[in-house]
Design a protein around this ligand. Structure first.
Ligand SMILES: *Cc1c(COP(=O)(O)O)cnc(C)c1O
Length: 223
């Protein structure tokens, strides 16, 4: 088996204080997650509803599951009963559905708004203007069953480190803008989720609070 434990320790040793690790376990078997769990890791991220449902049923109940993928509104009801955070909210429609389903099960689900800053058109997420528009609209203020905890983004998949840094810095600056304008009195709005296996060091330098790392811990994914 891949040496999950030593790779996890290596990654953790690189993270500054105040940066939490979401171990991205998609496509990896339960035994890999159990190895990381045995090292004390409790936050794991998955991007497919069915895979997450199975893992949630089979693995320890004190794992905090983050849904990190693109979420279709018709899948929301399946994950809301147990998920801790939905990281990639990219529309008002999705936010409404999460609120509706969370209310049905008497929960408050934490969410992040996903920004589209990368130049690639393949990425999901709200443009900065779309995000401003969503927040300015104010409907979210009446949603008692979602708690908006911050922003999430993926940098472009490129070798150019300066481009990655620019994109993450744009996200960090935008965080300050919306924090001041909409969440100044809301301590829960504090998360900046960026940084993956190849760019988490830059993310730590651009004020990430939450890195999402898969390959560097669990090895290459087998699809
Ligand atoms: C898969 C995935 C990651 C982790 O990617 P690695 O390169 O394996 O670290 C992080 N964030 C999202 C949204 C992902 O889909």
């Amino acid at each position: 088996m891949y040496d999950v434990k030593s790779h996890l320790r290596e990654v953790l040793s690189q993270l500054p204080q105040g940066v939490r690790l979401v171990a991205i376990s998609k496509y990896h078997p339960n035994e890999y997650i159990e190895a990381a769990y045995a090292e004390g890791q409790r936050i794991f991220g998955e991007s497919h509803e069915q895979e997450l449902r199975q893992k949630h049923e089979q693995l320890p109940q004190d794992i905090e599951w983050h849904f990190i993928g693109h979420l279709q509104t018709n899948k929301v009801k399946y994950i809301v009963p147990y998920v801790t955070m939905i990281e990639a909210v990219d529309s008002l429609k999705l936010l409404r559905e999460i609120n509706k389903q969370s209310e049905k099960c008497g929960r408050v689900v934490k969410v992040l708004l996903e920004l589209h800053i990368a130049e690639e058109s393949t990425k999901y997420g709200l443009t900065l203007d779309a995000c401003r528009e969503l927040l300015e609209g104010g409907e979210w203020r009446d949603m008692k069953h979602v708690q908006i905890c911050g922003l999430m983004m993926m940098a472009s998949f490129v070798d150019d480190q300066e481009q990655i840094r620019r994109e993450m810095q744009t996200a960090a600056d935008f965080f300050d803008e919306v924090k001041a304008r909409y969440f100044a009195d809301d301590d829960a709005f504090c998360e900046r989720s960026w940084g993956m296996s190849d760019d988490y060091k830059i993310a730590c330098e651009t004020r990430s609070t939450m890195v999402r790392i898969g390959t560097a811990i669990f090895g290459p994914r087998v699809y």
